[in-house]
Design a protein around this ligand. Structure first.
Ligand SMILES: Cc1cc2nc3c(=O)[nH]c(=O)nc-3n(C[C@H](O)[C@H](O)[C@H](O)COP(=O)(O)OP(=O)(O)OC[C@H]3O[C@@H](n4cnc5c(N)ncnc54)[C@H](O)[C@@H]3O)c2cc1C
Length: 380
């Protein structure tokens, strides 16, 4: 039984066919080089933009298709089934456009967003640290100072993926003299004066995700590049889409692990049936989770939430994101136990899925962060 994702009513079948074809023709042949040599699939990322993947949350007048988050998640899953590192890059890219789409700047919407939606320029996000800061986990890394026509930003972000000097990424600065609660969220061009994109270090996976450090030394962010100031209400509005969007690359890893288990069963199914986690129990869990995620994605739609999203929606998104991390870890472990020594080979499919699945669980919001959010949502 091949692992094919269940059809989704509101996702465009043509887009999915197109993404699957791009994955087969352009991504699959380079996954080993992406994983081992850190090759970044720049052309593939651009071709997804041309296919319309990044514009699903945007109205046509801004260059989008208005089909909503469901379509983004389904396309991301399709990419991540073959390469989760690239699936994560799709999320980074999409969410940068999501910031601009819902931000206050007409300049960003008209001049910068179309370049990101088309894939001509890369979009990225430096929001791990702010998301953890607003959850009470760590202090904010970037400081901002109000000056004539904008802000001066200083500080450092250790990791920004899908980043390029000719691309753009989102971040948050805390006003030094603005008192508590004064935060500004903005987009920075990768070649801004005073910004250095440095070596992000070597990782056990995601070497091909173009992950770099970003050091801000008196970087001027003009008012045109500001997404929201003050930005806490804006972040609260985009938070459900930000969190749920990440499930796309997690679902892709789970689906790929299920396929690896089925492949292993052809040879050793007579003994794999004694394992606790098998396709018989993991497949229904994956299908239930995927259906739940796509229902929530349909509810978020294009993210045009005028008021604060209901607490119930945020809680359901956090739970779905946590369930995705946990199922990804179980599925990759089960894939290794099914494959045995064949799966233990360095650089093989199972080895890569194992390393990638841990990323689902540690990227912000990490498992510990999601559990903290659930605890505080349930306490209020
Ligand atoms: C491959 C990869 C790609 C990533 N891409 C992005 C991205 O695109 N955007 C983004 O915002 N974040 C990115 N991150 C960061 C990621 O989302 C998490 O914030 C990070 O994995 C730590 O999360 P944590 O909650 O487990 O924090 P912990 O591991 O508990 O760490 C707490 C904090 O300590 C600091 N820290 C720990 N180790 C180091 C180090 N070696 N150097 C500098 N500071 C350190 C960091 O500020 C970190 O947030 C990436 C991380 C990795 C490994």
């Amino acid at each position: 039984m091949p692992i094919t994702s269940a059809p989704v009513a509101s996702a465009d079948a043509d887009l999915l066919t197109c993404v699957a074809q791009l994955v087969r023709q352009e991504l699959a042949p380079q996954i080993e080089r992406i994983d081992r040599d850190g090759v970044f699939p720049r052309d593939f990322m651009a071709h997804l933009g041309e296919a319309g993947v990044y514009g699903a949350s945007c109205p046509a007048e801004l260059g989008g298709t208005e089909r909503g988050l469901t379509e983004v998640i389904v396309a991301m899953e399709e990419v991540a089934k073959t390469c989760m590192s690239t699936g994560f890059c799709v999320w980074c890219h999409w969410v940068c456009g999501y910031y601009m789409r819902h931000g206050q700047s007409e300049f960003l919407k008209r001049e910068v967003l179309p370049l990101v939606l088309s894939g001509e320029r890369l979009g990225a996000t430096g929001m791990s640290n702010p998301m953890k800061h607003f959850a009470g986990i760590e202090s904010l890394n970037l400081s901002a100072k109000r000056v004539e026509g904008g802000f001066i930003v200083n500080g450092a972000l250790p990791w920004v993926s899908n980043v390029a000097r000719d691309g753009f990424f989102g971040g948050v600065g805390r006003l030094q003299d603005g008192g508590d609660g004064e935060y500004v969220m903005f987009i920075t061009p990768g070649d801004a004066s005073g910004l250095t994109l440095g070596d992000g270090g070597q990782f056990v996976a995601l070497e091909g995700s173009s992950t770099k450090s970003a050091i801000f030394r008196d970087v001027f962010v003009s008012d045109d590049w500001v997404l929201a100031f003050p930005c806490e209400p804006y972040i609260a509005r985009i938070r459900p889409g930000f969190i749920l969007g990440q499930t796309g690359f997690g679902l892709g890893v789970i689906a790929a692990c299920l396929a690896l288990m089925e492949r292993a069963n052809k040879r050793t199914g007579h003994v794999n049936c004694f394992l606790d986690d098998r396709t018989e129990n993991l497949m229904p869990e994956y299908e239930e989770l995927r259906a739940r995620i796509l229902r929530l994605a349909d509810e978020i739609g294009t993210g045009d939430i005028e008021q604060m999203p209901p607490k119930r929606l945020l809680r359901d998104c956090v739970q779905a994101r946590l369930d995705t991390s946990e199922l990804a870890l179980r599925a990759s472990q089960a894939a290794l136990l099914h494959a045995g020594a064949g799966g233990y080979r360095l650089g093989g499919s199972v080895d890569r899925k194992l390393r990638e699945s841990y990323f689902v669980a540690i990227v912000t919001p990490a498992t510990k962060h999601l559990r903290k959010m659930l605890a505080s949502l349930d306490a209020t």
